[in-house]
Design a protein around this ligand. Structure first.
Ligand code: PLP
Length: 477
C-alpha cells in the first residue's frame, strides 16, 4: 500500500522495501596487504534487513507463491531451515500477515532457535539421530506439517524463484554499481541461487565476465563426496536444481582452515565482521584478484555477518580444539613430532570385518583404532566411532563369530578430540578419563595419542635437557 505522505522523503514504505540495494565497498586494506593489482570489492549483504543475502530469495519465493495462488491471506509457510532463509521468510511473513513454522534438528544451536522465535515464528525441533525416512526426521515432519496445515513450502533448493531473485536484483545492482565494468564475480554456493541467478544476468550483459564459485573442500561442487567440513551454509552433498556449470568459469575449493582464518583476518584488517562462508569467498577472491589485471574489477559477495559465528570462528578455544590455531609452542603437535609419526593415521571403515581391525591393531601394537567413513582419501574422512582392544576382546570371548561382523556393530563412541595446537597439560587431563585422544589439525583427524606417547615426549625432553647440559659443559672445557 503506497502512502502519499512519504512522497519526496527517504522513508521506505516498509522493511521489505529495504531488501537489496546493498553497498559495494573496495577491500582497501586487504588489497594493500596482499599486493592485489586489480580492484577487489565486496558486496555487503549484511545490510539487508535480516542481515543476509537470503532476504532476497525469501521475498521472491513468497511473492511468486502469492501470484500462483499457493499462499493465501493468513496462510502458513513451512520450511526446514535453521538459518538465514528462515529469518528472511519470517520478515516477509510478518509484513504480509503469514504464519511461519520452521522445522530443525536438535543439533541446532539454541540461539538460532531463539532468533527465529524472536521474529514470531514457530519452531519445531526434531531429533537429528534418525534416518531421513523416519517419521520423526525433520524432512518427514516438515512434509507432514505442510500437508496438515495446507501450508506453502518454499523449498529453496528446488524453487526457481530463488535464483530468479538474484537475477532480478543482485545481478543488475552489480552491473549498475560497477558502471558495467565488473570483470569477475566470486560467491559461495549452497542452493546455488546466488551464483546462478547473478551469473545469468551478468553473462547476458557481457559473456566475458568470469563467474567463480568458492566451495568448501569436500563438497560435491568441487568434486568431493559431500562431507565433512565445518563452514556453514555453503557446499552440499547433492546437486541442487539451480546448479548450472554452463555459467561457471571456475570452482575453487577452500579448506575450513583458510575460510576461518580469512574471516578473522578480514574482520580485523577491514573492520568488516564476516563469517566462515564469507571468509571462504574472500579467500577464493584473493586468488582471483591476484591473477587479474589492474583494470579488472573483482567482486566478492559476503552473504552474512560474523555475529552469527561468535561461538565458533571467533572463539579461540573452539578454533584450537579443531586444530585451526596454535595455543602454545610446545603443544600436542610436539608430542607427535617426538613420536616421529606425523605420517598416516591408522583407521578402519565401518563396514570392514572386526578381524581386519584386530589384525591392524596387532600388527602395529596399538589398542584403539578410529572408525572412519568416506575413505580414501583420508582428507575426506568422517569419524564415526572407535574400536577398543578390550571391548573387542570381551565380545569375542562371548561369541567368536563377532570376528566376522562389520566393525560398526562393535565399535564404541568416538575418541575425545584435541587440537594439534592445544596444551599438553590439557591432553594429560583428558587422558585421565579416556584411553586415547584423536588429534585434529585443520579440522581433520591427524593421529591418535595415548599416555605412553606423552610419557615418551617427557622422557625425550628430559633427555635433551641432559644433552644440553653436557654439550654446554663440553663447550666450556
Ligand atoms: C550462510 C550462507 N548461506 C547460503 C549461502 C549460499 O547461497 P546460495 O544458497 O544462494 O547458494 C552462502 C553463501 O556464501 C552462505 O554463506
Amino acid at each position: 500500500m503506497t502512502d502519499p505522505r512519504l512522497d519526496g522523503t527517504a522513508i521506505a514504505a516498509s522493511v521489505i522495501d529495504l531488501i537489496g540495494n546493498t553497498p559495494l565497498v573496495k577491500l582497501h586494506r586487504l588489497t594493500e596487504l596482499e599486493g592485489i593489482p586489480s580492484v577487489l570489492a565486496m558486496k555487503m549483504e549484511t545490510t539487508n534487513p535480516g542481515g543476509s543475502s537470503k532476504d532476497r530469495p525469501a521475498l521472491e519465493m513468497i511473492l511468486a507463491a502469492e501470484r500462483e495462488g499457493l499462499l493465501r491471506p493468513g496462510g502458513t509457510i513451512v520450511e526446514p531451515t535453521s538459518g538465514n532463509t528462515g529469518v528472511g521468510l519470517a520478515i516477509v511473513a510478518a509484513q504480509r500477515g503469514y504464519k511461519c513454522v520452521f522445522v530443525m534438528t536438535d543439533k541446532v544451536a539454541p540461539e538460532k532457535i531463539s532468533l527465529l522465535k524472536a521474529y514470531g515464528a514457530e519452531v519445531v525441533v526434531c531429533p537429528v539421530a534418525v534416518e531421513p525416512d523416519d517419521p520423526e526426521s525433520y524432512y518427514s515432519v516438515a512434509e507432514r506439517l505442510t500437508d496438515e496445515l495446507g501450508a506453502f513450502r518454499p523449498n529453496q533448493y528446488a524453487n526457481p524463484n530463488n535464483p530468479r531473485a538474484h537475477e532480478l536484483t543482485t545481478g543488475p545492482e552489480l552491473w549498475r554499481q560497477t558502471a558495467g565494468r565488473i570483470t569477475h564475480f566470486v560467491a559461495g554456493a549452497g542452493t546455488c541461487g546466488t551464483i546462478t541467478g547473478t551469473a545469468r544476468y551478468l553473462k547476458a550483459q557481457n559473456p566475458n565476465i568470469r563467474i567463480i564459485a568458492a566451495d568448501p573442500e569436500g563438497s560435491v561442487f568441487s568434486g568431493g563426496s559431500g562431507r565433512p567440513y565445518l563452514v556453514e551454509g555453503v557446499g552440499e552433498d547433492f546437486f541442487p536444481a539451480a546448479w548450472d556449470t554452463s555459467l561457471y568459469d571456475e570452482i575453487i575449493p577452500i579448506s575450513d582452515q583458510e575460510s576461518f582464518l580469512t574471516a578473522r583476518r578480514v574482520s580485523e584488517a577491514e573492520g568488516i565482521l564476516i563469517g566462515g562462508s564469507g571468509g571462504m569467498a574472500v579467500a577464493a577472491a584473493i586468488q582471483v584478484a591476484k591473477r587479474a589485471g589492474p583494470d579488472d574489477i573483482v567482486v566478492v559477495l559476503n552473504p552474512d555477518s560474523g555475529r552469527g559465528y561468535l561461538s565458533r570462528v571467533f572463539d579461540d578455544e573452539w578454533m584450537a580444539n579443531f586444530g585451526f590455531v596454535q595455543e602454545c609452542e610446545n603443544c600436542v603437535g610436539a608430542v607427535l613430532e617426538t613420536r616421529g609419526a606425523m605420517a598416516e593415521l591408522l583407521y578402519v571403515n565401518p563396514g570392514q570385518p572386526v578381524r581386519e581391525a584386530v589384525a591392524l591393531m596387532k600388527a602395529n601394537g596399538i589398542s584403539q583404532l578410529p572408525v572412519c567413513k568416506n575413505t580414501p582419501p583420508f582428507a575426506n574422512a568422517e569419524v564415526s566411532g572407535a574400536i577398543d582392544e578390550l571391548d573387542v576382546m570381551e565380545a569375542i570371548a562371548v561369541d567368536p563369530a563377532v570376528m566376522d561382523l562389520p566393525v560398526d556393530k562393535v565399535m564404541g563412541p568416538r575418541l575425545p578430540t584435541i587440537g594439534v595446537g592445544q596444551k599438553i597439560e590439557r591432553a594429560m587431563k583428558m587422558l585421565e578419563a579416556a584411553p586415547a585422544l584423536l588429534v585434529l589439525s585443520g579440522g581433520r583427524p591427524l593421529a591418535v595419542i595415548t599416555r605412553t606417547d606423552i610419557l615418551s615426549y617427557f622422557q625425550a625432553a628430559a633427555g635433551s635437557v641432559v644433552l644440553d647440559a653436557l654439550t654446554t659443559e663440553a663447550g666450556r672445557g
